[in-house]
Design a protein around this ligand. Sequence first.
Ligand code: HEC
Length: 106
Amino acid sequence: MKRIDPLVRLLGFAGAALLGAVALAAQQPATPTPGPGLDLINERCGYCHTTNQVFAAHKTAAEWPAVVQSMIDRGAELSPEEQKVMNDYLVATLATDKKAAGAAGH
Ligand code: HEC
């Protein structure tokens, strides 16, 4: 029975590592909230960098519009209406201060 021991330990370790990976994955941005802003992000924000750069960014409600403006300055194609849709979407779904407020609420 002594010979199985290391294997059992190894399996236990693999299981723990797997759980760790799952926990890590859970910290990644969740599936983005659907909406017109998301469609715009997928269409206009994914060719200089991945859209994940957008979803993983930690920006406050005050910062998002400035980020979008700076992307437009860099060459992102958004009409003023689309820019507004995107700002609203980013602030509503990805602003760190809004999320923090929600988490503190319970
Ligand atoms: C013309 C190319 C281009 C397009 C299109 C573009 N980006 Fe970027 N983006 C960049 C570059 C270059 C950087 C890295 C430079 C930097 O971090 O300032 C960047 C960085 C970012 C960052 C990280 C900035 C930070 O301060 O951490 C965010 C968030 C972002 N882009 C959002 C967007 C969004 C939202 C869109 C769609 C409106 C978009 N990007 C479209 C070029 C682009």
